[in-house]
Ligand binder design. Structure first.
Ligand code: CA
Length: 350
């Protein structure tokens, strides 16, 4: 039986979901080991202490779905009419491990994802995971992901042990993305220990709020340090409706210019464009976890209809009705096709 959402070619566009998570058993076991041994940061302890050990249905089905790269995932995609899933290894990726272990685990995960894409070439697209603890290795892995594994983008789970990609030592990663002509997707993880205190004590550290605050900060740090002046053709993607930045953009832009003029902060320097300009020309956002018509249409209005892409956030927010929310958006057919299909094809070079 065809699910009512799965209307195939009748709808006039493919549904390409752009922020869809998977995991290897080794990766999840690694998180659990860090938690067990007291070596995980507070965010990983909170997140994977729940998903990895809770007997609740939410936790157990999410882990099962993360691990499945075949029948169950394809059946879930069919049930909701997702034609293509752009897959990446789930947060916090390999960024919470010691460098040598992270690199070994990350390389094996990239190989496993490439094999899954090879088994389902019409349904999956892969993104390269990295281990920013070793920026030069990560740069080589980005090149390998493109040349040997057929991956179309690069996934980073925000900060690495409290460090952000605007630190000079991470430049090889940004350069490798620019040289590969592939987008860098900054996916959330929990705020670092230096920031998480007030979040975790109120239960607001995870996807509920902490994720968005942390990734919004990360993207803004990259913009204000001038990453897009260094790499004018680089595209950075963030999910969750742009992690609140579109809504704040007017004030951020105004106060950034005021801050630059004041000379008050050493790192707040004149840039080639306004923050608004970078958001419209170098940043793409996705609707992962934000299947909410007012937010989607607002983001399209602010950033332009070429800058917003559909995502489901499988398996964390596997809600079939959210697909319908996108289908029923009161936007033109041409804009809807960009949102659901052609923006992703352009950004990821499909
Ligand atoms: Ca996600």
């Amino acid at each position: 039986m065809t699910h009512p959402l799965n209307t195939g070619g009748d709808r006039g566009y493919l549904r390409i979901a752009t922020e869809e998570a998977c995991a290897t058993r080794e990766q999840i076991d690694g998180y659990l080991r860090l938690v067990r041994e007291g070596k995980a940061d507070r965010g990983t302890t909170s997140l994977w202490g729940f998903y990895g050990t809770s007997p609740s249905e939410r936790a157990t089905t999410i882990v099962e779905r993360l691990l499945d790269l075949d029948d169950r995932r394809i059946a879930d995609m069919d049930a909701t009419g997702i034609d293509v899933a752009i897959l990446s290894m789930t947060a916090p990726g390999f960024q919470v491990f010691e460098a040598d272990e992270a690199k070994a685990m990350c390389g094996r995960a990239n190989d496993a994802l490439a094999a899954a894409v090879e088994r389902h070439p019409d349904r999956y697209v892969g993104m390269t995971s990295i281990a920013p603890q070793d920026p030069e290795w990560s740069a080589r892995e980005i090149a390998r992901g493109k040349a040997e594994l057929g991956f179309k983008g690069v996934m980073v789970n925000s900060h690495t042990k409290g460090e952000y990609l605007d630190e000079p030592k991470f430049d090889p990663i940004l350069r490798a993305c620019a040289e590969a002509g592939q987008p860098l997707y900054i996916h959330p993880q929990s705020p670092p220990d230096s920031m998480i205190g007030p979040f975790v004590e109120s239960g607001l550290d995870g996807a509920v709020f902490g994720f968005g605050v942390e990734v919004g900060l990360h993207l803004l740090r990259l913009i204000t340090i001038g990453v897009f002046d260094r790499y004018p053709d680089l595209t950075i993607c963030v999910g969750h409706g742009g992690e609140a930045l579109p809504y704040w953009l007017y004030r951020i832009d105004y106060m950034h210019q005021a801050g630059v003029r004041s000379g008050r902060y050493e790192r707040m320097k004149p840039l080639n464009k306004s923050i608004f300009g970078y958001m419209r020309e170098n940043v793409c956002i996705t609707t992962s976890g934000m299947a909410w018509a007012p937010a989607i249409t607002f983001a399209m209005d602010v950033l332009g209809e070429d800058r917003v892409m559909y995502a489901m956030d499988y398996p964390y927010q596997y809600v079939p009705d959210e697909v319908r929310t996108h289908d029923l958006l009161k936007i033109s057919d041409a804009a809807k096709k960009k949102l659901m299909q052609t923006n992703a094809e352009r950004v990821f070079g499909l």
